[in-house]
Design a protein around this ligand. Structure first.
Ligand code: GCU
Length: 616
């Protein structure tokens, strides 16, 4: 394998850089096909036929004379990548018409124009630096190939916490955004931008009230400018009334009024307005036990169901908190029947190891789609894990999450193990038994991380400054509504009807499972219940013993992972990075195990039943 700068990874089979000559996905499809056929010497006759009515779909058919890829303008490119993958993996070619389940398959980048990335773990922004656009066009084309190869079709380029020199938005900023859009268009990737709800104020208006005609005129005018420069712009993304961001509440307006006003401005151009539902009281007094943060989004948005315009997508984080290692699927995703919904995942490993610790997400996504029901949403988004690091994602294995996300967005019935195996085989090309070993290690990686960090739904025992590393009381007396309430008797929040009532936001069949600690899955136990340390779990162990055992087991499994990885022949430079990060992961796991176990030991005074060392 050549160096990372070529970004071969799971697209190693494409040896030539994507051509700057190609202006459309159809041209790119032809280029990529020839690129592959020439390099692989596979000797097959492959033709491409565009049928615009097929849009993003494709069909690959084989006959004696060769292979034909028929598809829409973007579909043919997806068809070519699907063919290449199948041939590389030695699989039979995909059968039947392939159509993505969700028309909007987004990556949300939290890139700031100064070049930093909020919650970024792979270096600086790929396209911003010094408050301006700044990139290598070749690198953007490689990015386009990577996104299209995964099946992703929208890229939101800036942080939801918008830091932009707004005055330039109608001018140079727009011209530069248009130039970036040109580079990604041949890959079927359209752009989106995050906007600030109070933007009209920055242009001299006295208000940003969504019901003020001058405000709606302002947005219509801006939308006209934007779509004039970038006719295939996908839409705007908005974080409003959330974590101190401006929003319609300041004017006594609802979120439906705020979102619809913007949506109407975008409607003539076919744009969508993605409105984030990450709204809660971020100035909570920890003494206030009536407010329970996970209840917030459902309480706010459920009464608005059916009131959003049809080009609004309500984008909801997968769980009711905030991208924790394990949260039940948000009740809002289950309970809105008359609103276009989008589920927001997070590839950036903010709470899941920061691209140091290994955390393959497909098993988590399988669970979330199963809990939610794939038909509940019409769009999916994921916070990006990309950056300017040579290998794009910091940890080479973090690339798996990007690839697999694209596969889930295309087909939410995706089997986690299959997608991990395919990525492993495409990326490293090992013999079958090594690929199997890597696949099972990655399949287990999320559970291992969960065991040594936050088993049984014990969220938020983490360093508040950077969201990495053990800190059991870090969030306990803060304003964020993130409490575990550990004391000498027990831990957890009672979210049943007797407690905060959160569980009532779910329909009965889900509610019944969670509201009884006897039927509640262990992984969610302390999310839904407050229990004493001597509570006897389904497997006969006490809660306290399970907390100890899980942390010990998590560390042991991490050690085994390190041993397994040590014996695998990863090529450089991957090998060095994998080793170095695994060492840090082990340090992290050890610290997390000991800090958490000591924390509970000091409270409970009860030793480990198996006599293992718990520091006091
Ligand atoms: C998390 C994250 C913030 C981010 C926020 C969001 O809280 O830590 O950095 O701004 O999510 O999703 O808006």
């Amino acid at each position: 394998m050549s160096g990372w700068r070529d970004c071969r990874g799971w697209q190693r089979a494409l040896t030539r850089e994507p051509s700057s000559e190609c202006k459309t996905p159809e041209e790119m499809a032809l280029f990529e096909l020839q690129n592959y056929l020439a390099a692989s010497g596979c000797g097959r006759q492959v033709g491409i036929k565009t049928d615009p009515s097929m849009d993003e779909s494709f069909q690959i058919s084989e006959s004696d004379g060769g292979v034909l890829i028929r598809g829409g303008r973007r579909g043919v490119l997806y068809g070519v990548y699907a063919l290449i993958e199948a041939l590389e993996l030695g699989e039979s070619l995909p059968k039947g018409v392939r159509t993505p389940c969700y028309p909007l398959r987004m990556i949300d980048c939290w890139d700031n124009m100064d070049g930093t990335i909020e919650r970024g773990y792979a270096g600086r922004s790929i396209w911003f630096e010094d408050d301006a656009f700044c990139y290598e066009p070749d690198r953007i084309r490689r990015l386009g190939r990577m996104l299209a190869g995964a099946g992703i079709n929208v890229l939101c380029i800036n942080n939801v916490n918008v830091h932009m020199p707004a005055q330039q938005l109608p001018g140079s900023l727009l011209a530069d955004t248009a130039a970036l859009a040109d580079l990604l268009r041949p890959f079927g990737v359209r752009l989106m931008i995050s906007i600030d709800f109070s933007l009209p104020l920055q242009f001299g208006l006295e208000s940003a009230d969504p019901l003020d005609l001058r405000v709606s005129d302002f947005w219509s005018h801006l939308a006209q400018n934007v779509w004039h420069a970038i006719p295939d712009m996908a839409g705007f993304l908005v974080k409003a009334d959330s974590e101190h961001r401006p929003g319609p509440n300041a004017y006594g307006r609802t979120h439906a009024e705020g979102a619809n006003m913007l949506a109407k401005a975008l409607k003539p151009f076919g744009g969508v307005l993605v409105w984030r539902a990450f709204v809660y009281n971020c100035m909570q007094d920890w003494r206030d036990t009536d407010t329970d943060r996970p209840c917030a989004a459902y309480d706010l948005y459920q009464p608005l169901d059916g009131m959003f315009d049809d080009n609004v997508i309500l984008q909801v984080k997968y769980g009711p908190y905030d991208f924790q290692v394990r949260e039940p699927v948000s009740p809002l995703l289950v309970g809105m029947n008359n609103t276009r919904m989008g589920m927001e995942l997070q590839l950036a490993q903010e709470y899941t190891g920061q691209q140091i610790d290994i955390f393959a997400m497909p098993p988590m996504w399988r669970r979330l789609f199963d809990e939610m029901g794939k038909e509940k949403v019409s769009a999916v988004a994921a916070v990006s894990n990309l950056g300017r690091d040579d290998n794009w994602t910091g940890h080479p294995f973090a690339m798996l999450n990007l690839y697999a996300y694209g596969r889930f967005a295309w087909d939410p019935d995706t089997d986690p193990e299959t997608v991990i195996r395919r990525w492993s085989a495409l990326t490293y090309g090992f013999e079958k038994d090594l690929t199997d070993r890597l696949t099972s290690l990655l399949m287990e990686s999320g559970r291992v991380y969960e065991l040594y960090t936050a088993p049984l739904g014990l969220n938020w025992m983490i360093n508040p400054e950077n969201h990495y590393g053990a800190n059991p009381y870090g969030y306990e007396f803060m304003v964020w509504g993130t409490y575990t309430k550990a004391d000498r008797n027990g831990v957890g929040i009672d979210r049943t009807a007797k407690g905060t009532g959160y569980v009532s936001q779910y329909p009965p069949q889900i509610r019944h499972k969670y509201e009884d600690p006897q039927t509640c899955p262990d992984e969610y136990l302390l999310f839904f219940h407050r229990l004493n340390y001597d509570f006897v779990m389904k497997d006969g162990r006490t809660l306290l013993q399970r907390i100890y055992d899980d942390h010990f087991t998590g560390y042991e499994l991490a050690e085994q992972m390190a041993e397994t990885l040590d014996k695998m022949p990863f090529p450089e430079p991957d090998a060095g990075v994998i080793k170095e990060r695994m060492e840090k992961q082990l340090e992290n796991a050890r610290q997390w195990r000991d800090v958490t176990n000591t924390f509970f030991y000091r409270f409970s005074g009860a030793a480990d039943a198996k006599g293992r060392k718990i520091y006091s």
